[in-house]
Design a protein around this ligand. Structure first.
Ligand code: HEM
Length: 348
C-alpha cells in the first residue's frame, strides 16, 4: 500500500461517520415526504360517509393517525439530538411543521389554480430542502444565544399574552361545536362584535404576524445550539405555530374572504358539505387543527414554565405547570376535533 493510499483510507475513515450522520439526519425529511401518503391511507381507512367502521377498521384508522402524528414527533426527536449539526437541527424543526405547511401548500396551490398534484409539489419541495441541507457542511454549535435576544423574548412573551385573549376565546368558541353549529355561530357572532371591529381586527392581525415572525427569529437563534428537551419542545411548538398562523391568516383573509368571497363560518372550518374526514383534501385539516390547538396551549405552558423558573419557583413546580397546560391542550384539541367531525355532547 502506497503512502497516498494510506492517507486516502485514513480520510475515508474520518469522513464516513460524518457522511453517515448527515444522511441519518435526513430521516425526518423522509418522514415529511411520506406525510401525504399517510394521510391518504388514513382517508382510505375511514372510508365513505355511508360505511360503518368495524372495530378493526377503527383500530387501523387510529394506528394510521398515530403514524401521521409521528411525523412531527420525529422532528422533535431529531431536533433534540445533541450531536445534530445546526442545519440538521433546523431541518428537524421545519419537519415538525409538516402538517400545517401541507395545508398552506394546498391552499396556495388552489389560489394559483395549479394543475400539479399537491403530493408532487410537496415531494419536490422536501427533496430540495433535504439536498440543500445535506450538501451544507455541518456547522458547529455556537454556544447559547447571545444576550441581545432578551428583549425579543420579553416582547414575544408580552404580545403572546395579549393575542391569547383572542386565541383563548377562539378555542372556547370552537368547543361550542360540541353542542352544535348553531351554538358555535351564536358565540362567534358575539365575539365578532369585538374582534371584527374596524380598529381591533387590523391590530389583531398585526400582532399575530408579529408573533409569528418574532417566534421564527427566536427559533432561528435558539436552534444554533443543542437544546434540552423543554427548550426543544418550546422551539418546535413555536415553529409549528408560526407556520400555522401565517397559513391560517392566508386561508381566512386571502383565500376565503378575498378570493372566494365565502363566509368564514362553521361550514368553512369543517369543510362542509363533505366534512373533515370523508374528503380527500379536507382530511389534512385534522392533524393541522389538532396540533394547532394542542401546541398553542402547550407552547403557552412552555412560556409559563420559563417565567416561573425566572421568578424563583422550583423546577418541579414549573414542570407541573407545563404538564398541566400540555394535558389540557391535548384534551381540548381532541374535544374540538370530535365536535368538528360531528360528535355532539347530547349524543354522548
Ligand atoms: C380547531 C382549530 C381552529 C379552527 C377550526 C379555526 C377556524 C377559524 C375560523 C373559521 C376563523 C374565522 C373567524 C370569523 O370569521 O370570525 C378563524 C379566524 C382566526 N383564527 Fe382560527 N381556527 C382554529 C385555531 C386557531 C388557532 C390555534 C389560532 C392561533 C394560533 C387561530 C387564530 C385565528 C385568528 C387570528 C383569526 C382571525 C380572526 C378575525 O377574523 O379577525 N385559530 N379561525
Amino acid at each position: 500500500m502506497s503512502l497516498s493510499d494510506t492517507a486516502r483510507s485514513k480520510k475515508l475513515k474520518r469522513d464516513l461517520p460524518m457522511v453517515q450522520t448527515r444522511t441519518y439526519s435526513l430521516l425526518p425529511v423522509l418522514a415529511a415526504i411520506c406525510y401525504p401518503l399517510l394521510l391518504d391511507l388514513f382517508h382510505a381507512a375511514i372510508g365513505p360517509p355511508e360505511a360503518q367502521l368495524s372495530a378493526s377498521g377503527i383500530l387501523a384508522a387510529t394506528l394510521i393517525l398515530a403514524c401521521v402524528l409521528a411525523v412531527p414527533a420525529l422532528g422533535v426527536f431529531f431536533a433534540a439530538r445533541t450531536s445534530a449539526s445546526t442545519s440538521a437541527r433546523r431541518l428537524a424543526f421545519a419537519c415538525v411543521a409538516a402538517p400545517t405547511i401541507y395545508v398552506f401548500l394546498g391552499v396556495l396551490q388552489a389560489m394559483a389554480g395549479s394543475a400539479l398534484p399537491d403530493e408532487l409539489v410537496w415531494c419536490v419541495f422536501w427533496l430540495a430542502v433535504g439536498v440543500w441541507t445535506w450538501s451544507r457542511p455541518g456547522t458547529q454549535p455556537d454556544g447559547q444565544p447571545k444576550a441581545n435576544i432578551a428583549r425579543w423574548r420579553i416582547t414575544h412573551g408580552i404580545t403572546g399574552a395579549i393575542v391569547f385573549i383572542y386565541v383563548g376565546f377562539h378555542i372556547i368558541n370552537h368547543l361550542f361545536g360540541l353542542i352544535g353549529p348553531q351554538a358555535h355561530a351564536e358565540v362567534m357572532d358575539l365575539g365578532r362584535k369585538i374582534y371584527r371591529a374596524p380598529l381591533v381586527e387590523p391590530l389583531l392581525v398585526a400582532l399575530m404576524l408579529f408573533q409569528a415572525t418574532s417566534g421564527l427569529y427566536l427559533a432561528w437563534r435558539w436552534s444554533a445550539s443543542p437544546l434540552d428537551f423543554h427548550k426543544t419542545f418550546q422551539v418546535a411548538s413555536g415553529v409549528y405555530l408560526s407556520m400555522f398562523i401565517v397559513g391560517h391568516m392566508n386561508s381566512v383573509f386571502l383565500y376565503a374572504r378575498t378570493v372566494r368571497h365565502i363566509p368564514t363560518d362553521w361550514a368553512f372550518a369543517t369543510g362542509a358539505p363533505t366534512g373533515l374526514i370523508h374528503d380527500a383534501w379536507n382530511i389534512r385539516l385534522v392533524p393541522h387543527y389538532l396540533l394547532g390547538v394542542f401546541l398553542v396551549l402547550a407552547h403557552l405552558g412552555s412560556g409559563l414554565r420559563t417565567v416561573l423558573i425566572a421568578h424563583g419557583f422550583t423546577r418541579i413546580a414549573a414542570n407541573r405547570a407545563w404538564i398541566g397546560c400540555t394535558l389540557a391542550g391535548a384534551v381540548i384539541a381532541i374535544a374540538i376535533l370530535i365536535g368538528m367531525c360531528g360528535g355532539r355532547i347530547a349524543a354522548l
